[in-house]
Design a binder for this molecule. Sequence first.
Ligand SMILES: O=C(CO)[C@@H](O)[C@H](O)COP(=O)(O)O
Length: 236
Amino acid sequence: MTAFSPEIQVAIARTRDDVARLHEELVRYELVVWTGGNVSGRVPGADLFVIKPSGVSYDDLSPENQILCDLDGNVIPSTPGSDRSPSSDTAAHAYIYRNMPEVGGVVHTHSTYATAWAARGEAVPCVITAMADEFGGEIPVGPFAIIGDDSIGRGVVETLAGHRSRAVLMQNHGVFTIGKNAKDAVKAAVMAEDVAKTVHISRQLGAPLPIAQSAIDSLFDRYQNVYGQEPTGALK
Ligand SMILES: O=C(CO)[C@@H](O)[C@H](O)COP(=O)(O)O
């Protein structure tokens, strides 16, 4: 088994606990069905991340069966969970971690309203203050990409590079989100679905009104740096 320092072993264990528990949040907020979707978390202080095993019921996920990978997406042998195949999107998560060092967590879902926007290849426009707060603008669309290699990860990174958004709608597929940590990425996934639903409904009733860019900037700054008890600032 690979020898990790006691500090890294503790960090790995905490990341396993966090990632396993955060998968429950995807179910709680009704962002996934069956075994769809996934959460990963970077291990602080190491070139490692933890991700769920592929196709395993959310009811059966535990810290012990999460899978430890290096940043190339290779499973670390002889570690808990390494007897199973990692998520289908492991390469995508790994690409994001390699190319966005500020990212500590990645989430993928097929949540209904956000994926409906992705199916049309249409960005969710920033027409509600909740979007300005959370995403600093629209939720952009990334390219259609096949599953299993660097295609999705490259599409996520190239699309988000020019955006304050922590969420991207991968065309015809679903939502990928990033965060300071896995919990922050899960929050982005929850909020992306919420605003996608609201804006969809608004558009059924008429033409939503735009928000001035200066107001979007002000709202984003306040929410990221003032809102709540101990704001830590935007990811980017
Ligand atoms: O989008 C897909 C498959 O089309 C996957 O991302 C699934 O949504 C989750 O796969 P696993 O993480 O269970 O391999």
